[in-house]
Write a protein that binds this ligand. Structure first.
Ligand SMILES: [Zn+2]
Ligand SMILES: [Zn+2]
Length: 661
């Protein structure tokens, strides 16, 4: 692709938009795009990738020569295109996207230091699965698409417990038969242990695992098995999307509606959306699976862009649980009690017949707010001004926004009075206390991001629950993640009102998905399940759709509203967050950006205004929201390149934002 003696652009895994020019090494065949090379950079050496012909604008006297060519396979062409695409779309430096592909530099050691790894061989026909008629129909459709070997998107839309995994496993089996690689993305690493077991049982050998919690040696081996094409099935968190798979033939995004597919730090990308792009560049099938698909995906099914495959019933004899609303407005409850008499009665009844129950509350810790009953002082975070959550188990106040913590106190820091500090509102720790007060013999356990922090801790907790060593599981949204507990009969939702309202356009959708998923944990096997939801807004469309079991009613109403207010999926959003220590300077920089806004029809700009979380980690934050019907990346690229800003001000660009703080 390049002439002898011309320069090459080498992309480095650093915060750079473009690569640097280097001379090809003498006496070596000209390296091609995607070749991994080592180059001198200042006084050190850095691994990079040949990206194309050099710019040719460097003084020849200053040009340096490529030091070495890695003894590794070349990065596949569709992956190089993917890196370019993601960088252009998210406005992230191209080098930072490459960094995600490399994972860590340790992977790139030279020949001598590198061991040869062989991946276990998976057998596509290790077992013959038993499928029901709906599963068989969906499987046939997916297999037909898989054989076409072209880009297609399919939504596998099945109610909780309908057996979606068994269906997409058949598409994976077909991929393995062809000798291609399949990638399965999951939103939560806590789920992986159980899934690896299921995949291992189906394919007779272990798939390759990829997430932030695997050890360096395993990671190193996995990366090389993947790049060599030997690893045939890769299961991972969102970062696995950037792995160098030369023979990628299928991508599955399980629980595609999950907000945790969005990465907010560094390169801000949505793994589901980018997975669709990667499948497109790779010309392969992608399957999105969910019981509560995102509105983005639903509208594409309605428009005929995606294949819509439905599994309307639970597998076997299990039926969907009945959902009942408990109106909290007419309940006389003490301020320190959070469970209504009906909910308590349900828990007692479930326990009495030897079945398991689950209580859902999306607040970690003991209480979301602690205040002084003497002077009214509220415990706030010193670095971001949010309320501090009391964690009694750790004897600490913790900030859930920035991680700041301080020791719990009984003396008010403001008025110095002793004994007036009062916990306000419930967290899961406090619920445990309440349940234990009227069910002293029940065995309780908490399921939160704290108790599920490592796959090992998660595995222990899940095993205890499955073995029946836990009577009542009390937890946060962690419980909504597709776990299967056969003896779980009752699910109680303590407070269904917390997330409605606020500045997040997806709040109602997320609430609906969360409650539907949590409810879906009940009655998955032989026993009948039931769900009770405590709410002060029983007439809200989310609550009504849940109680009536009418998902389509909710989707139709929500889509109509989004259309009316020009929100996603009918418009595109971008958030520009400016931050700095000097608030006046931050505001000034934000106003300068607004002043240079291009005049484009249909482009709407909100702000600048202090961000909802206006002070975080010691920095003041201002936000500009941009709304447009056309893709925003190139508009923003041109606009922002004309807006120089002081060094002390940081600009964070979030295309398709999912968090609104
Ligand atoms: Zn006080
Ligand atoms: Zn904080």
């Amino acid at each position: 692709m390049t002439k002898a003696n011309s320069t090459l652009e080498i992309l480095l895994p650093l915060a750079l938009r473009h690569g640097y020019d280097y001379l090809p090494p003498p006496d070596i065949l000209m390296p091609i795009r995607g070749q991994i090379v080592e180059v001198p950079l200042g006084r050190r050496r850095e691994w990079g990738v040949v990206w194309g012909q050099g710019q040719g604008d460097v003084d020849p006297a200053k040009l340096k020569t490529i030091h070495a060519i890695a003894d590794l396979p070349v990065l596949p062409v569709p992956l190089c295109q993917f890196i370019d695409w993601v960088a252009d779309y998210t406005l992230a430096p191209r080098g930072m996207v490459l960094k995600m592909v490399f994972g860590t530099k340790a992977h790139l050691r030279t020949k001598k230091a590198r061991k040869v790894f062989s991946a276990p061989r998976l057998k596509p026909d290790h077992i013959t699965p038993t499928l029901n008629s709906a599963q068989q129909k969906a499987t046939d459709a997916l297999l037909a698409l898989q054989r076409q070997q072209k880009f297609t998107v399919s939504l596998l839309d099945g109610v909780t417990g309908s057996g979606k995994t068994e269906v997409y496993m058949e598409a994976i089996a077909e991929t393995l038969r062809r000798g291609e690689q399949a990638l399965v993305l999951f939103p939560e690493i806590a789920m992986t242990t159980a899934l690896v077991e299921r995949f291992t049982a189906r394919f007779g050998a272990k798939p390759i695992l990829w997430h932030s919690d695997i050890g360096a040696a395993e990671r190193y081996a996995a990366w090389h098995q993947i790049l060599s094409g030997e690893a045939s099935l890769i299961i991972g968190a969102r970062s696995a999307l950037f792995l160098p798979m030369p023979k990628l033939g299928l991508i599955v995004v399980d629980e595609e509606h999950e907000a945790s597919y969005k990465q907010d730090e560094s390169v801000t990308y949505h793994a589901r959306d980018m997975a669709i792009v990667r499948a497109h560049l790779q010309k392969c099938q992608i399957i999105l699976a969910s019981a509560t698909p995102s509105l983005e995906t639903m509208i594409n099914c309605q428009n005929g862009k995606y294949n819509h495959l439905q599994l309307p019933f639970r597998f076997g004899t299990a039926t969907l649980p009945e959902i009942k609303l408990l109106d909290l407005r007419d309940k006389k409850m003490r301020a320190t009690e959070f469970l209504s008499p009906e909910l308590r009665a349900n828990l007692i009844k479930t326990h009495a017949v030897g079945q398991q129950a689950m209580l859902f509350l999306n607040r970690r810790g003991y209480a979301p707010l602690t205040l002084c009953r003497h002077c009214g002082h509220r415990m706030r975070c010193q670095s971001c001004n949010s309320w501090l959550t009391l964690h009694q188990s750790k004897n600490k106040f913790l900030c859930h926004h920035c991680g700041y913590h301080e020791p719990a106190v009984t003396t008010c820091p403001a008025c110095k009075q002793e004994g007036y500090m009062a916990a306000s509102g419930p967290g899961v720790e406090r619920l445990c206390e309440e349940v234990q007060s009227f069910m002293p013999a029940a065995r309780l356990a908490m399921m939160t991001s704290d108790s599920m922090a490592s796959p090992k801790a998660a595995k222990d907790l899940l095993e205890k629950m499955t073995a029946g060593d836990i009577d009542i599981l009390i937890g946060t949204q962690m419980m909504a993640k597709g776990f299967h507990f056969p003896n779980l009969a009752f699910v109680g939702v303590v407070d269904a009102d917390f997330a409605l309202g606020g500045g997040d356009p997806r709040a109602a959708e997320r609430m609906f998905q969360l409650l539907q998923q949590v409810s879906g944990r009940a009655g998955r096997a032989h026993i009948e399940g039931s769900v009770a939801i405590q709410t002060c807004q029983p007439q809200h469309k989310v609550m009504q759709a849940l109680a009536k079991g009418d998902r389509d009613m909710f989707y139709a109403a929500e889509l109509e509203e989004r259309k009316q207010y020009r929100l996603p999926p009918f418009a595109r959003l971008a958030a520009l967050i400016l931050s700095g220590a000097d608030e006046v300077a931050v505001e000034k920089a934000a106003r300068k950006i607004i002043a240079k806004a291009p005049k484009i029809e249909g482009l709407e700009i909100l702000g600048p205004a202090p961000a909802p979380l206006s002070f975080r980690r010691g920095l003041h934050r201002w936000r500009i929201l941009v709304i447009s019907e056309k893709p925003l990346s190139s508009i923003l690229q041109n606009w922002l390149s004309a807006c120089p800003r002081p060094r002390q001000i940081d600009l964070h660009i979030d295309i398709d934002p999912y968090s609104f703080y």
